[in-house]
Design a protein around this ligand. Structure first.
Ligand code: AMP
Length: 595
């Protein structure tokens, strides 16, 4: 059916003229994926032809794929770190990019325990910002009337630092929320949100959350969609509501503001919004006083049509709890992006979390794919990937990353026109993750070693260990299973020592983990569960009974399979929690980057 003369797109019926244009561009890009890719590579290579990095490989101005692929190597962050270190320290010469570096984006990925730093150019940020209109147009295909209400989104920024060279270093979303594009966007009925910009930009996470929640409550009947960037953030918001509903209701009733809101800007904004609302306050009390949280989202915000939140990848673990809170509302995962690059969008945003596929945007960067099956190490182009195969994503960006391994493993699920669609499978090498933290096997091993030092004087060693990211608790936390060998039964490690082992592990984990514990409060205290001797033998027997080879058996360093968890949990003899918070400060460790 055509609406008021608007031509239906292959993706669906656009809601308005603006959407029709956005969808038409998407159609054009996905119909001509390969030529867009060729053009993007050629633009990047000509723009950056005179950079130190590209000159090093003797491209001599060539901008074609063959020359590029034959001369430029595939790299990881660590390979680029010496260059990044120079930019960090103020070298303004064209190292990766002919355009000036405007800031560093701090990724949640780490290298040597610190966040990775991505030098970025302004033009690249603007290219990414344009995608927000496309996302609105796609959602409008599936949900009607989004211009008739508001979005309740919990958005936060983090403290930014300055590099010795004077550039800001901050997470990508902090950069976005601080940009003119976000702060001064023209009024658009499809993008109205309940949170005042002052609340989003408030660095104090309690005050920011309190005001965003309060405004969400005041607008509760107008809220049509509700979300956060990642599922972990939305869960944190619900937990905040569970803990603070009484205070929120007692502010709402007389129209006053909790004295803990000390930020002058927030108090001024709220003075024009808050009015006495005793009915709303009684409603909140009625819904919450039994502390029954099933369906709380739809009870408080009954007109919510869907949750907008990423629940793919490491966030999939939160799907059941979000279903519980939202009485099964659809969860729209709209984008797949990173500090390095904007990758793709979900053309069917209301699909089930397990069925979400992202369509790579061929105008964002030049994309290559490293096959995960070992038979070939040749990278393939975007249009040459095969359905069903898994690949590691490799990008060449306008900011100057060339053939950079992102570390994400994707599986091809199909094509939209000639653009492939991918399911996010996993992050390479990530064992444990609660929020944006990513802990790999080597980091876990080092943390275990560091904690075990406390056991030396008790003649005790950790003979085996495994781990689990427990997201049943809020906040989620790392659980480490230890089997100990206590040589001297008359002098075993005390409760206090084992508690301290938890903290020692946390001190050893990377800065994103420690920030989650200390500043974001998104991760709970690490727990060690000591299991009785012989438990890991039993675990092996179990794995073998299920077909594992004795010769090749390795203790899994992370367990998620319920029967294995049950086996471990029924053998626990004591549990221990970190008694304090590990150290963390927004400053980078002085030895890094570049060491
Ligand atoms: P960062 O560099 O901190 O922005 O993190 C980017 C990483 O987050 C990506 O490389 C992915 O591993 C993960 N990520 C981003 N978007 C998604 C998504 N939609 N689904 C699953 N994982 C995602």
């Amino acid at each position: 059916m055509e609406i008021s003369g608007l031509k239906p797109s292959q993706l669906g019926q656009p809601a308005n003229e603006k959407d029709a244009k956005e969808l038409e561009l998407m159609e054009e890009m996905t119909r001509n994926t390969d030529s867009f890719q060729e053009k993007v590579l050629s633009e990047i290579l000509s723009q950056n032809a005179k950079t130190e990095y590209l000159e090093r490989f003797g491209l001599n101005g060539a901008t074609d794929r063959e020359t590029f692929k034959s001369k430029v190597p595939i790299v990881t962050y660590e390979d680029l770190q010496p260059y990044i270190h120079r930019i960090f320290n103020g070298d303004r010469s064209p190292i990766f990019c002919s355009l000036p570096i405007s800031e560093f984006l701090t990724s949640s990925g780490t290298s040597a325990g610190e966040r990775k730093l991505m030098p970025i150019v302004q033009e690249e940020l603007e290219r990414r910002q344009k995608v927000s209109n496309l996302l609105v147009s796609i959602l409008n295909l599936y949900v009607a009337g989004l211009d008739k209400g508001k979005g309740l989104y919990f958005y936060f920024i983090k403290a930014e630092t300055r590099t010795p060279g004077g550039l800001p270093a901050r997470p990508v979303l902090t950069s976005y929320y601080n940009s003119d594009h976000f702060k001064n966007q023209p009024k658009n009925p499809y993008k109205v949100i309940t949170s005042p910009i002052e609340a989003i930009l408030c660095l104090d996470s309690f005050q920011s959350m309190y005001i965003q929640m309060l405004c969400g409550l005041l607008n509760r009947l107008e809220v049509l969609r509700l979300g956060a960037v990642f599922a972990s953030g939305l869960i944190r918001a619900i937990k905040f509501f569970q803990l603070n509903w009484k205070q929120l209701a007692s502010d709402v009733s007389p129209g006053t503001l909790d004295p803990r809101i000390t930020d002058e800007g927030l108090r001024i904004v709220m003075s024009s919004i808050l009015k006495p609302s005793p009915e709303l306050a009684s409603f909140i009390v009625k819904e919450c006083q039994g502390e029954k949280w099933k369906g709380i989202i739809t009870r408080i915000w009954p007109n919510t049509k869907y949750l907008e939140v990423i629940v793919t990848g490491a966030m999939a673990q939160y799907v059941p709890i979000l279903e519980f809170y939202s009485a099964g509302l659809p969860m729209a995962c709209t984008v797949y992006a990173s500090s390095e690059c904007f990758f793709g969008v979900n053309l069917k945003p209301l699909s089930k979390p397990s069925e979400v596929s992202y369509t790579i945007l061929p105008n964002m960067a030049y994309f290559e794919f490293l096959p995960c099956n070992n038979s070939s190490s040749r990278l393939v182009d975007l249009t040459d990937v095969l359905v069903g195969e898994e690949y590691e994503l490799v990008v060449t960006t306008y900011s100057g990353l060339c053939r950079y391994r992102v570390g994400d493993i994707l599986r091809v699920t199909g094509f939209h026109n000639s653009a492939p669609q991918f399911k996010f499978i996993r992050r390479k090498d990530v064992l444990l993750s609660i929020d944006s933290d990513k802990t790999n096997e080597a980091e876990l091993q080092t943390a275990i070693e560091s904690a075990s030092e406390l056991l030396f004087e008790f003649n005790t060693t950790v003979v085996e260990y495994t781990s689990h990211a427990d997201t049943k608790t809020i906040s989620g936390h790392y659980v480490i299973y230890w089997e100990l060998m206590v040589m001297d039964p008359f002098n075993p490690p005390s409760e206090e020592i084992l508690d301290r082992c938890c903290l020692a592990m946390e001190e050893s984990l990377n800065s994103v983990y420690r920030q989650g514990r200390v500043s974001d409060h998104s991760i709970g205290a690490l727990e060690i569960r000591v299991v009785k001797n012989g438990t890991f033998e039993e675990l092996m027997d179990y794995a073998i009974s299920r077909g594992a080879s004795i010769n090749q058996y390795k203790v899994p360093r992370c367990v998620t399979f319920p029967p294995m968890m049950e086996l471990l949990d029924t053998r626990v003899i004591s549990t221990h929690f970190s008694p304090g918070l590990p150290h963390w400060s927004p400053e980078r460790r002085p030895t890094l980057p570049g060491k």
